[in-house]
Design a protein around this ligand. Structure first.
Ligand SMILES: Nc1ncnc2c1ncn2[C@@H]1O[C@H](COP(=O)(O)OP(=O)(O)OP(=O)(O)O)[C@@H](O)[C@H]1O
Length: 729
């Protein structure tokens, strides 16, 4: 049985609600019978108040034991057990609290039928409120129970990550408690001041009461400020740690991971999810604790002022909670719609502005504006619906509040006439009641938000716990490398297309100090060979060896220093030219940067830039031409002094003269193994060895002369390109 099923309309839940109601009626009936027996016995013994509190507790305990056993015999769950406990023990708890605050009231008649009926209603209302606010997993619903366990585990894991901030958090909790104590007593002190003003005025008592009020107000303000500041500080530290750990783990992942996961997803994990996760500890726990402690404190004080008015107030809460719950559920759905609309509008604006040249040249300006307008209209519609729902919610809330308030004022008038309540106490009570409602609102909100943040934590931990799906790098760092590369019977398919191998049993050798060219038609597998040599992927079959050792045995940054690549579309990062050349190197001097730039034919144009080597190249190097970008990328490779240099169409954006000069510079370095990947076969004619790759397999290999003499695939491709070139010209 679940109380929260009241809000649901599904047949399964309606059935459960029916069962729940039956169990509730059975237990109530048994309780009535039990009362009948006990009442008869008490009447025979004498006055019902004879035994005082001890007697009341014994009675409550006995009822609890009997009703618990009865409920065990019915198809009930933990919700019924909780209600039985509240139902039986609320009465003794109430009288015990009352006895503590106003011992003289113990002489009143304890067992009044009207009071007992009110307690029965209050216990049911309190349970209803609790189950609506903190929905329980349903009996038999293992999936939900598991999720709850997971949520708990995740929450405590987030708490564990907050351990380094234990001092901040501990101090914050201390200030929280002090602030709550001060806040709770402010209305009480205000009521006292009003009473002094309203009755026989005594100046000293008035000053004393005002002083207490002032101290409480200042104390609450100072402690709240300290609490908020310390929680924010812990939150920021936790965020920093989580982001660092997550980013560290993300950059360790294999390349195929980044092909499958969208960059936006990862950015969201790093930004919003880590933030939300932190909120679960620092903010929500803060609000939850503050509101819970304050609610309990206020309830005790309210019961002290008037238990009748407190019970009346209890009627308002479940109603408001049910309203809030329904409204929250609606808001969550609307927020999701709004997020989608915003994301669509952002994506549309971004892609249109980013690709404005294509949009303009296709004449699609007005259709893009129309699409954007449609998204904005949709967003406006969702916003309007949210506004209407908010207005209805507010109206219903006000109606409930006003109705209860009117009832309360009528009853207060009676109590004041009977001298059971003073004007000051009434004022204090009204202040507490107002606070109580806002407190409960923040409790519900904080709890919902905590569940959301636990969801965010699950996403963050998913990436934080992910182990890279590739062999761990070894520790080989030999002082000298020959630069001999061997592909031994390598078969490889990309993780996104496992059934379609990009390389099929490829065996090839790059001789140390020689220039080897990989040529062949598009899709032949040239770039795949390069990616394996850079260890961006691992082959499924066979292995790639550098100086006889598998690549994974080499230390990670050593390998990428010794095997450098210049690709067709090199990526430059926003920052200075110098920073881009020495990218990824720890101690790279300016001299080495200049030497590499000179070799890469980049020095002259860099010197002509506004700030020379310190010029900012802009986002993705947009301040430089494609050819200049390639020169900077070549300098970046050369500054590493690699023993294997990969040029993947590295000179394609340069003019022919520059290409020739660059090829000569690059291939003329003694002792360096060079692998050239090229479509323009003229640029590879001088290579020591040419390998022709087609459909992921080596088809021909030899020197340019040998392959031309063979009159095979290389010969045909060269002729075809020559014909295309001459017809083009
Ligand atoms: N990231 C990837 N995911 C899945 N398949 C890929 C990926 N990259 C390449 N492929 C596929 O692998 C095969 C070989 O591609 P590869 O890029 O190695 O060829 P290439 O010879 O370098 O082509 P090009 O000269 O056009 O650059 C092709 O069928 C291609 O579709």
């Amino acid at each position: 049985m679940c109380w929260c099923s009241i809000t649901s309309g599904t047949p399964g839940k309606t059935r459960m609600l029916g069962t729940g109601m039956r169990v509730y009626m059975v237990v109530l009936f048994c309780d009535l019978a039990l009362w009948g027996v006990l009442w008869g016995w008490v009447c025979i013994q004498g006055s019902p108040n004879n035994g005082g509190l001890t007697w009341l507790w014994a009675l409550g305990g006995l009822r609890w034991a009997v009703l618990h056993m009865v409920s065990m015999m019915t198809p009930s769950g933990p919700v019924v057990h909780r209600w039985v406990a509240t139902h039986c023990l609320l009465w003794p708890i109430f009288w015990s609290s009352r006895a503590m605050l106003q011992p003289e009231t113990l002489n009143d008649t304890i067992l009044r039928p009207a009071g007992l009926a009110l307690v029965t209603v209050s216990a049911a209302a309190a349970c209803l409120f609790w189950e609506l606010t903190f929905p329980e997993a349903q009996a038999g619903d293992l999936g939900k129970e598991e999720k709850k366990q997971q949520a708990k585990a995740l929450f405590f894991r987030v708490v564990r990550y907050s351990r380094p901030d234990i001092l901040h958090l501990g101090t914050a909790f201390l200030f929280l408690t002090l602030a709550v104590i001060c806040e709770t007593f402010i209305p009480y002190a205000t009521g006292n001041v009003i009473d002094i003003l309203g009755s026989k005025y005594e100046h000293n008592s008035f000053l004393w009461a005002i002083g207490i009020m002032g101290i409480l107000s200042v104390g609450s303000a100072v402690c709240s400020g300290m609490r908020g500041g310390l929680f924010m500080c812990s939150l920021s530290r936790l965020n920093m740690r989580m982001r660092h750990m997550l980013f560290h783990n993300l950059v360790q992942q294999e390349i195929s991971f980044f092909e499958v996961i969208k960059p936006g997803d990862l950015a969201s994990r790093l930004q919003s999810d880590t933030n939300m996760m932190g909120l679960s500890v620092a903010m929500n726990v803060n609000v939850l604790l503050r509101s819970t402690v304050k609610t309990v404190g206020m309830l005790v004080l309210m019961v002290g002022i008037s238990w009748q008015l407190t019970l009346l107030t209890c009627v308002e809460m479940p109603l408001l909670a049910a309203l809030q719950n329904t409204y929250n559920t609606y808001c969550q759905a609307v927020s999701q719609q709004l997020q989608d609309c915003k994301a669509r509008a952002k994506e549309l604006a971004g892609s249109t502005v980013g690709q404005i040249r294509t949009v303009r040249s296709c004449g699609a300006d007005s259709s893009e504006v129309y699409r954007y307008e449609e998204t904005l209209l949709e967003m406006h519609r969702v916003h309007s619906n949210k506004g209407i729902a908010s207005a209805v919610h507010l109206l219903l809330r006000r109606i409930v509040t006003i109705t209860v308030k009117v009832g309360m004022l009528f009853y207060s008038r009676q109590l004041i006439t009977l001298n059971k309540l003073t004007i000051g106490s009434l004022l204090a009570f009204v202040l507490y009641q107002k606070d109580m409602v806002s407190n409960l609102k923040s409790l519900i909100y904080a709890f919902g938000s905590m569940l959301n943040s636990v969801g965010a934590a699950a996403k963050v931990f998913k990436y934080l716990d992910r182990k890279p799906n590739q062999k761990e790098a070894g520790s080989l760092e030999p002082a000298h490398l020959e630069g001999c590369v061997d592909f031994r019977d390598v078969t490889f398919s990309y993780p996104s297309q496992p059934e379609k191998p990009a390389l099929k049993g490829v065996s090839l050798t790059l001789q140390p100090g020689k220039v080897t060219a990989l040529v062949g038609p598009s899709g032949g597998g040239k770039t795949s060979c390069v990616s394996l040599l850079k260890r961006l992927y691992e082959p499924q079959v066979g292995e790639v060896l550098l100086d006889g050792q598998p690549l994974h045995l080499y230390q990670h940054s050593y390998l990428h220093r010794k095997v450098a690549i210049v690709s067709q579309n090199p990526v430059l990062f926003s920052g200075s030219v110098k920073g881009n050349i020495q990218y990824g190197l720890q101690d790279c001097t300016m001299e080495r940067v200049v030497v590499a730039a000179v070799k890469a034919n980049a020095h002259d144009f860099i010197c002509k830039l506004e700030d020379g080597y310190n010029t900012d190249v802009g986002e993705c190097g947009e301040q430089l031409s494609a050819g200049q970008k390639q020169c900077v990328a070549i300098a970046r490779a050369l500054v590493r002094d690699p023993c294997v240099l990969i040029l993947d169409e590295a000179t394609s954006s340069m003019d022919t003269n520059m290409q020739q000069a660059m090829q000569e510079v690059l291939s003329g370095k003694v002792g360096q193994t060079v692998l050239v990947v090229a479509h323009h076969l003229q640029t590879v004619e001088k290579a020591h060895h040419i390998i022709f790759l087609e459909d992921g397999a080596v088809v021909e290999e030899g020197t340019d002369k040998e392959l031309m003499a063979l009159r095979g695939r290389y010969h045909r491709l060269k002729e075809k390109l020559f014909e295309q070139g001459s017809s083009g010209s």
